[in-house]
Design a protein around this ligand. Structure first.
Ligand code: PMV
Length: 318
């Protein structure tokens, strides 16, 4: 039976996706911008026409919620498909706010596409990945990509769009892992909770498009100072929206704040480095190649583990 293996890298948003205008189709309430990063990756092998429908994630059967998402994406790709066996491994912590769902869903659709012999465009694959995990639609592409707001009700225009390839700008994303355990509130639950209860949600949605406009310009001009400021602004507005919900949602831990202070301190000493945080406590720091060792060594004082990531390629068959 046909089998294919794909690799996809996670992407880290510099302007965040937080909020859905359609919860079933995973259509975003805001546009977003991201950088696909290597060497973190998901490696997924898919058997198209197996004896059993089985999804393995990091050597364990997928939990109910992950199973549901994988099944939904495969069913959408081919409603008459045969049974599939999916075996996926991440070489970095899963569900810890390090975007493992983005690489996982992107690798899944690319492997399914190759194993099934379908002929689809990368944009179509991106739209399928989106329905498993919103941010995954950006991991189909290497380097910098955007997920525009889109306007079609059916989500046909809601997919990732490449902005600049990995070689456009040689930067580093330094990940400070202040806690590796899985997060307690999924991104989807967190977004829904914010939309339903945070008085700041409307303001978050209203501000996001301007951040993406300015962020895209900063990327194209390779302007780290501007991009860093926009990224921190988007990050803090998203987390302010979460903290303003009822009951409050806060993904930060003590180490998160320590890493933020460390970055601010390094900036006072003349380094060009900027932080971002997703739905988890870990902190990612964008910096130039020349500053990476200093940033890394300082973050090691506040983090359990520090990894240096570089702009990476899009999802592909191996
Ligand atoms: O793709 P999801 O449903 O896991 O949501 C991702 C949300 C953030 O990581 C917080 C922001 C983003 O744009 O990636």
């Amino acid at each position: 039976m046909p089998t294919a293996t794909a690799i996809a890298h996670p992407n880290i948003a510099v302007c965040k996706y937080w909020g859905k205008r359609d919860r079933t189709l995973n259509l975003p309430a805001v546009p977003s911008l991201s950088l696909t990063v290597a060497p973190f990756h998901s490696r997924t092998t898919l058997e198209w026409g197996s004896d059993a429908e089985e999804y393995w994630l990091n050597s364990q059967l997928a939990d109910a919620s992950t199973h549901k998402k994988i099944k939904r994406v495969l069913d959408l790709m081919d409603p008459w498909r045969p049974k599939c066996r999916v075996v996926s491994e991440n070489n970095f912590p899963t569900a810890a706010g390090l975007a493992s769902s983005s690489s996982g869903m992107a690798a899944l659709v690319v492997a399914a596409h190759a194993a099934s012999g379908q002929q689809r465009t990368t944009e179509e694959l991106s739209a399928f990945a989106r329905q498993g995990s919103g941010s995954a639609c950006r991991s189909l592409f290497g380097g910098w990509s955007e997920w525009p707001l889109g306007s079609r009700m059916d989500g046909g225009d809601s997919h990732g769009v490449p902005i600049a390839p990995p070689e456009h700008w040689d930067l580093r994303m330094v990940v400070a892992m202040v806690a590796a355990g899985p997060k307690e509130t999924s991104s989807t639950d967190g977004m829904t909770h914010c939309a339903d209860t945070s008085p700041y949600y409307t303001a978050w949605v209203a501000c996001a498009p301007a951040d993406v406009e300015q962020g895209r310009t900063a990327i194209l001009r390779r302007d780290l100072y501007s991009l860093g400021r926009i990224m921190e602004r988007s990050t803090l507005r998203m987390h302010a929206c979460m903290m303003g919900s009822d009951p409050p949602l806060c993904y930060w831990q003590a180490g998160t704040m320590a890493a933020i202070h460390m970055v601010e301190d390094l900036r006072r000493h003349g380094l060009s480095c900027y932080y971002t945080i997703d739905a988890g406590p870990n902190v990612k720091v964008l910096c130039s190649v020349s500053d990476v060792e200093v940033v890394r060594n300082h973050l090691l004082k506040v983090a359990e583990r520090v990894e240096v990531l570089s702009p990476g390629p899009g999802a592909r068959v191996v």
